[in-house]
Design a protein around this ligand. Structure first.
Ligand code: DC
Length: 225
C-alpha cells in the first residue's frame, strides 16, 4: 500500500491549492475527488437531469464513465472520453455537484478513488476521504477557514480572472454549500476522529503546506533518501 494523506474540508478552504503543493514537495500523486463529482454534475447538466430527482440521477450516472489521467503531473478528468477538466470549474457545476451526491453517485466513484490510493503515494482531497473513502489513511487533515476568509479568497480568484462577482453573494453561497455538504445523510462532511484540524484563516499557504508535511512525518512518513 502507498502512503495516503487524506484532506477533507469545506468548499474554498484551499484544499486543492495546498494538496497540489504538498504533492509536489513529497513527490506524491494529487487526487482531486471533487473534480470527479463535478464531471458527473456536468454530465447531468448537459443531459438536463433534475438533481432533486434521486432516481433520475442514479439512472443517468450509469452512463457517465469517469476516468483520470495525468499530464505533466496535473490531473485531468475524462468524461466519456472527453477531457472536461476546464469545463467543470464553474460555480454552477460546483453547486450541481454538491446537490447530486446520492449513494449511487458515490458508489460510482468509490472504486476509482480507492484504486488510485491503493498502489501509490497519494494526497487525496474531498469531503469524505478520511471518514469513508480512505479510513486507513496514515495522515488525515481537516482543513478549514472562516466563511468570510473563504469568500474573500474566491472573490479574489474570480475578479483576477475578470469575472464580475459579489462578495456577499459568494459568502452566502459558501454558507449554503457548507450546510448541504455537512447535513446530508450520506457521508456528510465532518472531521474524522483521527484527523488533525488546521484552520487556515490566519495562516499563509506555506505554513499550511508545512503543517501537513509535519503531520505526515509525525505519522510515519519517511523522508526521501
Ligand atoms: O471540492 P469541490 O468544490 O470541487 O467539490 C464539489 C462538490 O462535490 C462538493 O460541494 C461536494 C461534492 N464532493 C463530495 O461530496 N465528496 C467529495 N469527496 C468531493 C466532492
Amino acid at each position: 500500500m502507498g502512503y495516503n494523506i487524506a484532506i477533507d474540508g469545506p468548499a474554498g478552504a484551499g484544499k486543492s491549492t495546498i494538496a497540489k503543493m504538498v504533492a509536489k514537495k513529497l513527490n506524491f500523486i494529487y487526487v482531486d475527488t471533487g473534480a470527479m463529482y463535478r464531471a458527473i454534475a456536468l454530465y447531468l447538466l448537459r443531459d438536463g437531469v433534475d438533481t432533486a430527482n434521486e432516481a433520475a440521477v442514479s439512472e443517468a450516472v450509469k452512463n457517465a464513465d469517469i476516468t483520470i489521467r495525468y499530464q505533466d503531473g496535473a490531473q485531468q478528468v475524462i468524461l466519456n472520453g472527453e477531457d472536461v477538466s476546464g469545463l467543470i470549474r464553474t460555480e454552477e457545476v460546483g453547486n450541481t455537484a454538491s446537490a447530486s451526491v446520492y449513494p449511487a453517485v458515490r458508489a460510482h466513484l468509490l472504486e476509482l478513488q480507492r484504486s488510485l490510493a491503493a498502489s501509490q503515494n497519494v494526497i487525496m482531497d474531498g469531503r469524505d476521504i478520511g471518514t469513508c473513502i480512505l479510513p486507513d489513511a496514515q495522515a488525515k487533515i481537516y482543513l478549514t477557514a472562516s466563511s468570510r476568509v473563504r469568500a474573500l479568497r474566491r472573490y479574489k480568484e474570480l475578479t483576477e480572472k475578470g469575472t464580475m462577482c459579489n462578495l456577499e453573494e459568494i459568502e452566502q453561497d459558501i454558507i449554503e454549500r457548507d450546510h448541504r455538504d455537512m447535513t446530508r445523510e450520506i457521508a456528510p462532511l465532518k472531521q474524522a476522529e483521527d484527523a488533525v484540524l488546521l484552520d487556515s484563516s490566519e495562516m499563509t499557504i506555506d505554513q499550511v503546506v508545512q503543517a501537513i508535511i509535519d503531520t505526515a512525518k509525525a505519522h510515519g512518513l519517511k523522508e526521501e533518501a
